[in-house]
Design a protein around this ligand. Structure first.
Ligand code: NDP
Length: 305
């Protein structure tokens, strides 16, 4: 079993982006700009946004965070999006999801300029992805493929089982794996005999949000296991049953531990596996920075051609 070290690969990607931005600074075209809009005070969302902002600044990206109270009206939020659409220093806009209850997510997202949609969630961008007519992909699915590519894992012909069908992870990733010539089964909560399907899989990608849900008996020997799930555990019994020793230590200090959707004992049967944390999480952030740079370059090309 080989650990797919998302943290290491993400750091290498970030280093390359930093160098490219240093070079860009010497030109007259400016630097990439990223704007993140966060509504409300969900602690997990706040932590994700703060991390993205710090990393973007470290790379030399012109990063700004726009915070809105959860009592903000939908109109104010839409106006904030429109102002970033018009701002020439902003090339990439991210609206942190989920929005608090009461906000109509799609009504809001549809106001974003598709050219600045750094998450690539808008219908036109997801449509182009389905048609295999894009070079910029949603961050988490892109992170999964970039990690597999970094370890030169050939996807052609693999029997891939994707568990989870969200528009953020499962649906785009299933299309991307199909475009890369894997044979994909997309599973969800209504799937019959999920365990039977998983046992036939050469590649399993889990994006469910249930700690340790995929157990060793559901995994074929030498399968590739990609764990997108990020579950925060606060009960000692669960932490002992589902977390690695290093996360158990974290729990003792901080009262919270992180684990994925694939039970840690299943990794022993795998050929390759991603850890949680340190797998797809850092790759997602690296792809956000990558997309920001790509959107900047695309805009600059349009302006200079
Ligand atoms: P969603 O809640 O939007 O989707 C979860 C999916 O899992 C749904 O399709 C659901 O099926 C399916 N599911 C739920 N229960 C079962 C079950 N018993 N059997 C089979 N399928 C089931 O979650 P997201 O896609 O947004 O996120 C999934 C996980 O990935 C979360 O832990 C999240 O924190 C993590 N995540 C991590 C990221 C990273 O950077 N590492 C980025 C994004 C997400 P149905 O559609 O039928 O309800």
């Amino acid at each position: 079993m080989i650990l797919l070290d998302g943290k290491k690969i993400a750091d290498e990607i970030l280093e390359k982006i930093k160098k490219e931005i240093e070079t860009l600074k010497k030109t007259t075209y400016g630097i990439p700009g990223l704007a993140v809009i966060i509504v409300g005070s969900n602690p997990a969302s706040q932590a994700y946004v703060s991390k993205k902002h710090k990393i973007a600044l470290r790379l030399g990206i012109n990063s700004r965070v726009s915070e809105l109270d959860e009592k903000t009206s939908q109109e104010i939020l839409v106006n904030r999006i429109k102002s970033f659409n018009q701002d020439n220093h902003v090339h990439a806009v991210l609206i942190q999801l989920p929005l608090p209850d009461g906000f109509k997510t799609w009504e809001i997202l549809n106001h974003l300029d598709p050219e600045k949609d750094v998450d690539r969630f808008l219908p036109i961008n997801l449509g182009n992805l389905l048609l295999n007519r894009t070079e910029i992909y949603p961050c988490t699915p892109a992170g999964v493929l970039a990690l597999l590519d970094a370890y030169q894992i050939e996807l052609r012909g693999l029997n891939a089982v994707m568990v989870g069908r969200s528009f953020i992870v499962g649906k785009p990733l299933a299309s991307m794996l199909t475009n890369r010539n894997a044979t994909v089964t997309l599973c969800h909560s209504q799937t019959k005999d999920l365990a039977g399907l998983l046992r036939q899989a050469d590649l399993i990608v889990a994006a469910i949000g249930k700690a340790g849900f995929i157990t060793p008996d559901m995994v074929k020997k030498d399968a590739i296991l990609i764990d997108v799930g990020q579950n925060f555990l606060t009960q000692a019994g669960e932490v002992i049953r589902l977390c690695t020793p290093s996360q158990q230590k974290r729990f003792e200090k901080k009262g919270v531990a992180i684990t994925g959707d694939i039970h840690i004992d299943a990794f022993k049967k795998s050929s390759y596996y991603t850890p949680v944390p340190g797998g797809i999480g850092p790759m997602t952030v690296a792809m956000l920075m990558h997309n920001t740079l790509q959107l900047f370059k695309r805009k600059t090309r349009q302006e200079t051609s």
